[in-house]
Design a protein around this ligand. Structure first.
Ligand SMILES: [Zn+2]
Length: 311
């Protein structure tokens, strides 16, 4: 059985971030690119920056996408897909390479990365932001929100054909971080756990506290119980990757603000979990989580310097 691990956002709430995992089979549908599509500059960039270094097939053409037929989904806008590809490379793939080696991501990254324009809305008022399947595939949703929700503004130069270049102004790095990068690091945490299991000691820390109705908890309530987010309280595997993702994508200020809300006992539990996560990353993957976090913090400051106009 291949596992599908999902990251879901509670659609009815602006403040509660939640997610869910379930089991399913990896789709048998072919992901081979449709030959009727001429290769574009973006395709060539993807070959050089995703396929060759990381062996990742970044799939943005809807006709090639092995999407989930349970949902009404909208294709990704190509410009949004381009921008997401650069953000994912700069703030997820390359940082891991920077603190480990070129082979780490090549060996452990998902082989297939479909990108969907819309969210995948569930019947329980939640919204799936990402899924990780069988250690091989991570799907991103809501790609078109980059523009439609004004997280970024695309500026085309006067007189320049829009296919030839543009600049990007980032209006809300917090939203980009939450909807895409937190999702990426969360799902990648699942893939690492699928390849090398984490110590079961982790599961004991909050063993009687996990709740099926995680979406009824506020983040504050969850923090005080020793969970870094409401969704972390759903099950130990989610708890583990939520700690991992929140820790490396948060500044000291943001992380400490969560611990302040958690209070002394909640913060103590979260710190104990974080220690296990750090030791797992060091022992199983030879990755210093604090070094990775520092690299990410530096890169968040450098996002504005990304060259958006080379494809
Ligand atoms: Zn998950």
């Amino acid at each position: 059985m291949k596992r599908v691990l999902t990251y879901i956002f509670l659609a009815v709430s602006a403040v509660v971030a939640v997610s869910s995992c379930y089991k399913d089979e990896l789709s048998p549908t072919s992901v081979i690119m449709d030959s009727v599509n001429p290769e574009t500059d973006f395709d060539r960039w993807l070959n050089e920056n995703f396929l060759l270094p990381y062996n990742i097939n970044f799939i943005y053409r809807y006709e090639d996408i092995e999407s989930d037929m349970e949902y009404d989904l909208v294709p990704a806008d190509e410009t949004c897909a381009r921008i997401l590809a650069k953000l994912v490379k700069f703030l997820w793939l390359d940082p891991y390479t920077e603190v480990s080696n070129a082979n780490f991501m090549r060996q452990n990254s998902p082989r297939v990365m479909p990108v969907i324009g819309s969210g995948a809305y569930n019947t329980n008022n939640t919204l799936t932001l990402g899924t990780a399947e069988g250690g091989l595939k991570i799907t991103f949703y809501v790609t078109n929100w980059l523009v439609s929700r004004n997280y970024i503004t695309i500026n085309y130069d006067n007189g320049v054909d829009e296919t030839e270049g543009y600049s990007v102004t980032i209006n809300s790095m917090d939203d980009i971080n939450f909807y895409f990068l937190h999702t990426a690091h969360h799902e990648f945490g699942h893939i690492l756990n699928q390849n090398k299991a984490y110590p079961t000691d982790f599961n004991l820390i909050s063993q009687d506290q996990y709740v099926a109705q995680w979406n009824t908890l506020s983040d504050s309530e969850a923090l005080q119980m020793g969970f870094i987010s409401a969704y972390a309280s759903s099950q130990p595997g989610e708890d583990f990757v939520e700690i991992l993702s929140y820790y490396i994508t948060s500044s000291d200020e943001e992380w400490n603000a969560r611990l302040d809300v958690a209070g002394t006992s909640g913060a103590d539990i979260i710190e104990r979990k974080l220690n296990i996560v750090k030791n797992y990353m060091a022992d199983s993957w030879n990755i210093d989580l604090d070094e990775l976090r520092s690299v990410l913090a530096r890169r968040y400051e450098e996002v504005e310097s990304i060259d958006w106009s080379d494809f």
